[in-house]
Structures are given as structure tokens and as C-alpha cells.
Design a protein around this ligand. Structure first.
Ligand code: ATP
Ligand code: MG
Length: 423
């Protein structure tokens, strides 16, 4: 026997028994995005490697060690499975000149790929919903994006979640801060780990994002970017806080908040929870005014965020949110030549009327078919023998509640099932 083939480590199947959660989430996201006037955009899963190197930054975890890159063996192009969506979204917006008609409120969802060590809440294929507002200077749109998240958590029944906000200032204030930070880190060089030493001059701000607990003390004592902020960025940050306070959104200021990607400036934010162990960030984002120009467009301000769907779903479950599984209304069992033909007609008729119906396929006595009907979880069995078929009638038997079997015509069946299946 050939050896069985398994899925790639860290890339999960999502099985029918858990799909109700995903469908509830997807439906909620669809309505939520419509309510805020954001439109869906769908980009390819594979892009030129260079797009991510240029946008995410060469000296980042993602580009240095997490990307699934490969050569297209037909033309030697270096391609990459997208590790995140912002770069692709901005690329698509530029390629199709969408900003020409004005600012854009957009969202996307789908799988992302990062070669990380798989663990709970951290996978190699995971899903994100990403939201991007392009062409707005903020801080009103920054606030809208954050408020929007707060609304979604409510709709999903998520309560145990905290908002942290910070600011990275302007390019100039970051440059000033960078020098101070390098000076500080150089004075403590003996206590930096290998990654930090390597990044000391190429990307010192990222050292503050290190997950190495031995460096915690050094990071705690580092100079704060907040103290080096330029006036405009400070005003932007204060206005953002003002809107959030007015709108009753609680937050904490985290001066050490550095996003994992290079392209952010000014506003950065993260939604975190204590309920999911080490992988506690469910959603993260911020402003990236330089990115559009960086990948070849005419400069345009922008702000966005992405949430990790697996983590959001895990948190929904932790918060006790119950989502009912969808149940098929009827399972149609049939036997006999006239009955078979009438069964096809019956399911078509019922489905057209909005009733969900499974048609029994394969052989089997009425008894065997009835067992299948029961196992299917359907609420009613519909029984069609040649007797019934001859007079265009069906028998309906409730499977999940008390009640007698009744024999009715199709029109009456629809009326009856509609009333009873909606309850
Ligand atoms: P982390 O610090 O957890 O590695 P990140 O900063 O790399 O996160 P982002 O690039 O900001 O993450 O992605 C946004 C969100 O996507 C994260 O907050 C998280 O919820 C989710 N996410 C990121 N990487 C993974 C992964 N490997 N598996 C599952 N979810 C992920
Ligand atoms: Mg990461």
C-alpha cells in the first residue's frame, strides 16, 4: 500500500464540524464591512518576491525567515506565497489606479503563509481579514478603524480584549530616535542577543519587539520614541485619543509598541487578550503613509489593520459564544420507480421555496434510509413510496420533536415546513 500523505505541518484542514464558526464569522464580517462602507478586494495568493521585500522590509522576521519563496521554473521569476495582505492590496490599488477616483476603503480576507514554528495560535497557513483605508490623512480614519474593531468584537461576543495604541512619529522623528536608541543599545551591547546585535544598525527599533525574555530589562530601559516625537505626530496622536475617549473606546498607551513590519509610521495599535496564552494578539495595524510611494506610486497616506481569524475564533469560543450549526430541514427517502422520479421533483420544489433538502442517494430499504435520515441531523424525514407518488403527495415525519407523520401535497408541505422550520 502506498504511504498515506498528510497535510503540511502548520497548514490545517478546516473540517465540516467546525465550519459553523467560520461561516458565522464570515457572515458577520460581510455585514460589518457593508455597514462601514468598505468594499471587498481580492488579490492573488502569489506575488513577486520583491513586492514583500520592498514593502515589509528586508531586515524583518517575515522577509528574513518566514517567507515561502520559490523560483517559477518556467521563467525563473522569484515568487512568494503572500505572508500578509497590505503589500498586495496596495500593489493592486496602484496597478488599477483606484486612487485616481478618490480615497478607498477596502478589505480582503484569505489565507496567508509564514514559515514559523507551528504552535497553538501560530500556523504556517493562517487566515486574516485585512482592512485598508487609502488616501486619508487621519486621525479620524485611524479612529474609525479602531472603533470598527470594537464593534466587531461586540458582534462576535468577544469581551476579553484590550486595545493598546502607540505612535511611531514621522520619518524624521524616527531617525532622531534611532540614533538615541543605537547609542543606548551600544552601551549595553554585552546583553543583546544575536538577532539584536545583527539588527543594531540595520533596524534597531525592531529590537524592542524581541520576544527574548532575557532582553526584557534592556528593552524596558530603552529611550522612548514618545519623547522624540515631532509636533505634528504628537497632535495626530492626541486627536486620535480624543476621538476614542469621546466614543467610549478604552485604550492603553504602549510606548513600546513596534509593529513587526517596517512600513508603519504614526499610529500603531494592537488588540490583545490574556485568554489565548502566548499568542495573545488577535488584531494589529496602523498608519503607513510611506508605503504607496515606496512601491512605486504617487505618495498617498494610508492606514489599516489585519486580524488573525484562527485566534479570533478561538477567543470567541473562550468567551462562550455559541454558534448553532446549520441543520438541513428535510431528508427525502424514496423507493419505487414512480417514487424516485417524484422525489427529484419534490426536492427541487422544496429548495426553490427556500427549504434545505437532502435527497437520499444509493439503495436501501425504507428502514435503512430512515436511519440515514436520522443520522443526517435533518429535522424532518419526507417519505415517498409509489403510493404517495401516484397521487402527488408526500409523507412528513418529524425527527427531532414529537408529532405524527402527516401526508400532504407539495404546496401544503411547503407551507407547513416553512412555518415549522423557521422556529
Ligand atoms: P506575532 O507577533 O504574533 O508574530 P505579527 O506581528 O507577526 O504577530 P501581523 O503581521 O501584524 O502579526 O499579523 C496580524 C495578525 O495576524 C496577528 O495579530 C495575528 O493575530 C495573526 N497572525 C500573524 N501570524 C500568524 C500565524 N503564524 N498564525 C496565526 N495567526 C497569525
Ligand atoms: Mg510574526
Amino acid at each position: 500500500m502506498p504511504r498515506t500523505i498528510q497535510a503540511i505541518r502548520g497548514m490545517n484542514d478546516i473540517l465540516p464540524d467546525e465550519i459553523h464558526l467560520w461561516e458565522f464569522f464570515e457572515q458577520t464580517v460581510l455585514e460589518w464591512m457593508k455597514a462601514f462602507g468598505y468594499r471587498n478586494i481580492r488579490m492573488p495568493i502569489v506575488e513577486q518576491t520583491d513586492l514583500f521585500v520592498r514593502s515589509i522590509g528586508a531586515v524583518t522576521d517575515i522577509v528574513e525567515k518566514e517567507m515561502y519563496s520559490f523560483l517559477d521554473n518556467l521563467n525563473d521569476d522569484s515568487l512568494t506565497l503572500r505572508p500578509e495582505g497590505t503589500a498586495s492590496c496596495v500593489r493592486a490599488v496602484l496597478e488599477h489606479n483606484l486612487l485616481y477616483t478618490g480615497p478607498q476603503r477596502l478589505y480582503y480576507s484569505g489565507p496567508m503563509f509564514r514559515h514559523e514554528r507551528p504552535q497553538k495560535g501560530r500556523y504556517r497557513q493562517f487566515h486574516q481579514v485585512g482592512v485598508e483605508a487609502l488616501g486619508y490623512v487621519g486621525p479620524d480614519i485611524d479612529a474609525e478603524l479602531i472603533i470598527m474593531c470594537a464593534e466587531l468584537w461586540k458582534k462576535l461576543g468577544i469581551s476579553d480584549v484590550c486595545l493598546e495604541i502607540g505612535t511611531l512619529g514621522s520619518t524624521e522623528s524616527r531617525a532622531l530616535h534611532r540614533e538615541r536608541l543605537i547609542g543606548y543599545l551600544e552601551r549595553h551591547i554585552g546583553r543583546l542577543d544575536d538577532d539584536a546585535c545583527r539588527r543594531l544598525h540595520s533596524n534597531p527599533l525592531r529590537i524592542l519587539d524581541s520576544k527574548n525574555s532575557e532582553m526584557r530589562e534592556i528593552i524596558e530601559g530603552a529611550p522612548r520614541l514618545l519623547d522624540d516625537l515631532d509636533e505634528d505626530s504628537l497632535a495626530h496622536f492626541e486627536q486620535l485619543q480624543g476621538i476614542l475617549r469621546d466614543q467610549g473606546v478604552d485604550f492603553e498607551i504602549n510606548p513600546k509598541l513596534v509593529r513587526g513590519l517596517d512600513y508603519y509610521n504614526r499610529t500603531v495599535f494592537e488588540w490583545t487578550t490574556g485568554s489565548l496564552g502566548a499568542q495573545g494578539t488577535i488584531c494589529a495595524g496602523g498608519r503607513y503613509d510611506g508605503l504607496v510611494e515606496q512601491i512605486g506610486g504617487k505618495a498617498a497616506p494610508a492606514c489599516g489593520f489585519a486580524m488573525g481569524v484562527e485566534r479570533v475564533l478561538a477567543l470567541m469560543v473562550k468567551c462562550g459564544e455559541e454558534v448553532s450549526r446549520s441543520v438541513t430541514d428535510v431528508y427525502v427517502i424514496h423507493q419505487g420507480k414512480a417514487a424516485d422520479a417524484f422525489a427529484w421533483k419534490t426536492v427541487r420544489h422544496l429548495r426553490n421555496a427556500g427549504i434545505t433538502a437532502i435527497l437520499h442517494c444509493g439503495d436501501g430499504s425504507f428502514k435503512v434510509q430512515m436511519k440515514k435520515a436520522d443520522a443526517s441531523g435533518a429535522r424532518f424525514a419526507i417519505i415517498i413510496g409509489d403510493d404517495e407518488a401516484q397521487v402527488d403527495e408526500i409523507s412528513i415525519k418529524p425527527l427531532r420533536e414529537a408529532g405524527d407523520q402527516v401526508r400532504v401535497g407539495l404546496t401544503e408541505a411547503v407551507d407547513m415546513l416553512k412555518v415549522r422550520s423557521i422556529i
